[in-house]
Design a protein around this ligand. Structure first.
Ligand code: 5AD
Ligand code: SF4
Length: 487
């Protein structure tokens, strides 16, 4: 769920005729306005899925303020970059992009440049000093203020709002689905994080944890389904600590309840979620996953390290045994569930033996895939204040390579076991490699490629796997009956 690479997200300028779903939201929201009256904004997003989801909220706020999206930054009146601070590399990427926007701004004076998200929150007014071209700085809880700050910036005063809120969930804002395939959408259910992992900048950039009104989550998912979407991913920094109290009935809704409510919207609406914290995921969640066919059998359960002492220094509040017990519970309650992970190599004070325990954890948990990083010290975090970043870069890199090599082997072996199996696949898009093929995911979140034939995007098909690589499966279409017989 994480991306350091420059990934562009945009609302394409399509017509309703060209694109029956996705971008239609946007067109509808501005349908009563002539295109010539609209100013244009261009937005790029970096980092976690949450940031991509936030950009869709920003697009909705801008639509209200008479802005249309463009994928061409050269014609934009407003350029926004939604940033990530999680590792130093992510921030460097953003600074490089700002240099490019700077050149553009020189060619087109009057263009406004705004920095949104975690880097805006972390650096605050410093960003305006360091990056002269930046006109606007808005933290993750300040997006409602964007139209006001744009107006001030148009008058030549740079605008900043990095106030972190205890309440803001943007519950009432219907996100514009930027660059959507019209099949799957992200729905934010909670914001912020109270966990205080010692390596992590998120509690400082996204503030305190708060859960979104259950009714608004279910309403958003229902509306997506009515518009033809077939998959929703419930998003939060720590979805398992979702908790919302109905102000009238005083009943509380936990994450397992919310999952169930979402699954009940329609049997052919798939439900996914991310991210789970090993200390918070409950058996109730696991039982609900087992109970509903449309809750996907996939859990992103970041371990970070396989060694209890390192986990303690990381302030993860679980140890190796606890994590292994969680994996056992998942295997027992949902035998066909895929598990993925985030892993940090070379955290402060990590010994060679402790690193070996991370490798043995990867082996034990049999992750279908992992996001793997070497430790990057972030200013202001608990680890930066308490521990020395004492593992030399070459050792961090070597350990990371060992982690990656092992994970790749395991992914390959897991995919080998899928050979000959039949999966239900939600068709997402054309395969990157060939226009004759389509692709989509199975419940376990694995991408499967199959011949296009007369299959439509957004439908379910059954695919018998014949070939595999470490990252994907490839197969042929079979009947639903064959699938049912194979279960
Ligand atoms: N250095 C390296 N990786 C980090 N992550 C978070 N903070 C850091 C850091 N300082 C990783 C964690 C987290 C994922 C989103 O990014 O593995 O789960
Ligand atoms: Fe990056 Fe974390 Fe902010 Fe997401 S929440 S954008 S991963 S720093």
């Amino acid at each position: 769920m994480y991306n350091d690479n420059p990934t562009l997200k945009f609302g394409k300028e399509k017509t309703i005729e060209e694109d029956k779903q996705g971008d239609v939201f946007f067109k509808e929201q501005v349908a009563n306005k002539e295109d010539k009256d609209l100013k244009k904004f261009y937005i790029e997003s970096y980092g976690c899925q949450m940031n991509f989801s936030d950009s869709e909220i920003v697009a909705s706020i801008l639509a209200e303020a008479n802005y249309a999206s463009t994928r061409n930054m050269e014609e934009a009146d407003l350029i926004l970059i939604n940033t990530c601070s999680i590792r130093e590399k992510a921030e460097q990427t953003v600074r490089k992009r700002l240099r490019i926007f700077d050149k553009l701004k020189k060619k087109r004076p009057g263009t406004l440049v705004g920095v949104l998200g975690c880097m805006a929150e972390r650096l605050k007014a410093k960003l305006l000093e360091q990056e002269k071209l930046v006109d606007l700085v808005l933290g993750p809880d300040a997006y409602r203020d964007l139209p006001k700050l744009i107006a001030t910036a148009e008058d030549g005063t740079k605008g900043i709002n990095v106030h972190l809120s205890r309440e803001e969930t943007y519950a009432d804002i219907n996100p514009v689905r930027l660059g959507s395939n019209g099949v799957s959408a992200f729905v934010t259910i909670m914001r912020g994080c109270d966990n205080m992992c010692s390596f992590c900048v998120v509690p400082f950039t996204r503030g305190r944890e708060r859960s979104r009104d259950t009714f608004s989550v279910v309403a958003e998912c229902t509306e997506l389904y009515q518009r033809g979407f077939k998959e929703v991913t419930l998003l939060g920094q720590n979805v398992d600590s979702y908790k919302w109290e109905n102000p009238e009935s005083k009943e509380t809704v936990d994450f397992a309840d919310l999952l169930e409510l979402t699954a009940q919207i329609a049997p052919d609406l798939r439900v996914r979620f991310s991210t789970s914290h090993p200390k918070d995921i409950t058996d109730k969640v696991l039982h609900n996953m087992a109970k509903y066919e449309n809750i996907c059998k996939y859990i992103h359960l970041p371990v970070q390290s396989g060694n209890s002492e390192v986990l303690k220094r990381m302030n993860r509040t679980y140890d190796r045994e606890w994590y292994m017990d969680k994996v056992r519970a998942i295997r027992r309650i949902i035998p066909d569930c895929a598990i993925s992970s985030d892993i940090i190599a070379g955290f402060c004070g990590e010994t060679e033996e402790q690193h070996q325990e991370t490798l043995s954890m990867i082996e034990f948990a049999q992750y279908s895939m992992s996001y793997m990083f070497f430790y990057s010290e972030r200013p202001g975090t608990l680890a930066a204040r308490k521990y020395e970043d004492d593992i030399p870069l070459e050792i961090k890199k070597r350990r990371l390579q060992e982690v990656i090599r092992l994970q790749n082997q395991i992914s390959f072996e897991i995919n080998r076991k899928d050979q000959g199996r039949i999966f239900k696949v939600l068709v997402e898009k054309e395969s990157k490699k060939s226009a004759d093929d389509l692709c989509g995911r199975n419940s376990q979140n694995k991408m499967i490629i199959f011949p296009r034939e007369d299959v439509q995007v957004g439908t379910y098909v059954y695919v018998k796997v014949q070939e595999f690589t470490q990252a994907t499966l490839k197969g042929v279409l079979v009947s639903e009956e064959e699938y049912k017989n194979s279960l």
